[in-house]
Design a protein around this ligand. Structure first.
Ligand code: ADP
Ligand code: MG
Length: 282
């Protein structure tokens, strides 16, 4: 099921580079398909995409197989992706709410996903030295966990589909909402935020996302704690990826993503209580 061969259509199409992602080199569009190099998490992702197809979830590309060049073949998802420079609309609150609803619909669609026998996620087995523990909350869903502005396709001004499942793994729902907040509220020192998000009301945007997701009270009370713990961990995990996987990860590390994470930690220390209050107010 996880490695079927893609049969090309008889009509040849040019390969059009798709730029915008941070990590994967060689993502191209070919006709109505997208070709991506197969990453370490591919067996898990392919099983997940097959599950999403089985349950009829409309907000994800379909996995079509592996082409003769060894790349994964996905359906091309039409619509609008933020790209760089970031468009002003990433600050729009209606769009923000639509992101929260899409994340909820996705999490509900994968809540019943059972990993096929022999398939596991492709993340390093050994934890880097000194890494603090993950939040102690049990996994509930096969989370997407990479809700950057470039991984959500909009149609008619609403978040319509998710792409780029390379970081998908079993997590708690609160991790998913936190990840969406990190990019869309955003949870970052304003010096690191995308320009349209530098002066927004972050606690208010966290609340909009939480309400759109219909986040539970208990998860709201855990959000800031999870953000702090995941942030501390991510410094170590990003460093490990840069060292072990190189490529786009190494480039991001060289460009200072480690320092950005440290600034996020300090910013969360200062602003966590305000975010907590906004999330948990009646
Ligand atoms: N299935 C798809 N449908 C439409 N566009 C896609 C699809 N997959 C990727 N893209 C486009 O290509 C860009 C980079 O692909 P992505 O899979 O996100 O790679 P990266 O790992 O580098 O972030 C995306 O931001 C998006 O614009
Ligand atoms: Mg991407």
């Amino acid at each position: 099921m996880n490695s079927f061969t893609y049969v090309e259509s008889s009509e040849p199409h040019p390969e059009i580079p798709l730029i915008g992602g941070d990590v994967t080199e060689g993502v191209v569009r070919v006709g109505d398909t997208v070709r991506r190099p197969v990453g370490p998490n591919a067996p898990f992702v392919h099983a997940l995409l097959c599950h999403l197809e089985e349950v009829g979830f409309p907000g994800a590309p379909r996995f079509l197989g592996i082409d003769t060049a060894g790349r994964e073949v996905l359906t091309f998802v039409p619509g609008e992706v933020a790209g760089r420079p970031r468009p002003a609309w990433i600050a729009d609150e209606d769009r923000l709410a639509s992101v929260g609803r899409l994340v909820r619909d996705y999490d509900d669609a994968v809540a019943g996903f059972v990993m096929p026998q022999g398939v596991r996620t492709g993340f390093p087995i050994s934890e880097p030295p000194g890494v603090p523990p993950a939040p102690p909350y049990p996994a509930e869903v096969a989370g997407h966990m990479d809700y950057t502005s470039d991984n959500i396709v909009f149609r008619d001004g609403k978040a319509a589909a998710l792409i780029d499942f390379d970081l998908a793994k079993p997590v708690a729902r609160v991790d998913e909402v936190m990840n969406a907040m990190m990019y869309w509220a955003p949870l970052d020192d304003p010096v690191d935020a995308d320009p349209p998000l530098r002066e927004v009301d972050v606690p208010r945007r966290c609340r909009i996302l939480a309400d759109a997701y219909e986040m539970s009270d208990v998860d709201r009370s855990r959000l800031v704690e999870v953000a702090v713990l995941r942030s501390r961990r991510s410094w170590f995990l990003m460093k490990q990826r840069a060292e072990e996987q190189g490529g786009g990860w190494a480039r991001m590390w060289d460009e200072g993503v480690g320092d950005q994470i440290k600034r996020r930690e300090a910013w969360l220390e200062q602003n966590g209580a305000t975010i907590d209050a906004a999330l948990n107010a009646p």
